[in-house]
Write a protein that binds this ligand. Structure first.
Ligand code: CA
Length: 228
């Protein structure tokens, strides 16, 4: 892995200024659709400027697994390539997870590093579609997942109903809808059943270990039923 140059603050500034002007896709967490598209032709001055800025004969160096990719080949099996230096150098990866892991540390700007880090840490919850409630077996929205749609009225399901049973397994959750929270239960014999409420409004719970359980400990691996 080679990163060519550490950029100075001034250079970073110039990257921002000369970057793509469709800003929402850079900064927004969940960018909305672009509603307007403008098409047309360049003025002669604009044309001269853009031609001066790009030279298709100057090839960009692309690296994958520590080696330069043969320009005559495809990407040697890589799936994602990202610019990692202001000189245009590209680093290629097997998948998004590998890319974000590398870029969280090595991307050329602080903003790009932060974005990669965020994507690396929270990407998984987006696997739960809008309008659904999801429970994962592991923390940080990983492992086996169960998901339930939003009906007109709330339903209750015992997690022992699934095969293999999901009872005492849930560790993270995402309520991916604007309204109606979720209630979860732990059935206990000989003592009142604890319950907890997950808020509506696209709320995420990355680790049930962070949620206190009324009899001590946490809610991790305790949920027996869900009302959604
Ligand atoms: Ca339980």
């Amino acid at each position: 892995m080679r990163i060519r140059a550490m950029l100075t603050a001034a250079a970073v500034g110039s990257v921002v200024l000369t970057g793509i002007t469709v800003a929402p896709s850079v900064a927004a967490e969940e960018p909305g659709e672009v509603t307007g598209v403008v098409t047309g032709v360049l003025t002669p001055e604009e044309e001269e400027k853009v031609h001066a800025e790009v030279d298709p004969t100057v090839k960009v160096d692309m690296y994958y697994e520590g080696k330069k990719i043969d320009p005559a080949s495809d990407w040697n099996g890589a799936e994602v390539c990202a610019e990692v230096s202001e000189d245009g150098t590209m680093q290629c990866f097997d998948d998004s997870a590998a890319a974000n892991k590398h870029l969280a540390v090595n991307a050329p700007t602080a903003e790009a590093r932060a974005g990669a880090k965020k994507a690396l840490n929270s990407r998984k919850y987006q696997d739960c579609p809008s309008g659904w409630v999801c429970l994962w077996q592991d923390s940080n929205f990983t492992g086996r997942r169960l998901q339930w749609p939003t009906y007109d009225t709330a339903k209750t399901r015992h997690l022992d109903q699934y095969s293999p049973s999901f009872r005492d397994k849930a560790s993270s959750a995402y309520v991916n809808r604007p309204q109606r929270g979720v209630e979860m239960y732990d059935f206990r014999t000989g003592m009142p059943d604890p319950h907890m409420f997950l808020g509506a409004g696209y709320s995420r719970y990355s680790n049930f270990k962070n949620i206190d359980y009324v009899y001590g400990g946490s809610w991790n691996d305790r949920v027996d039923a869900i009302k959604f």
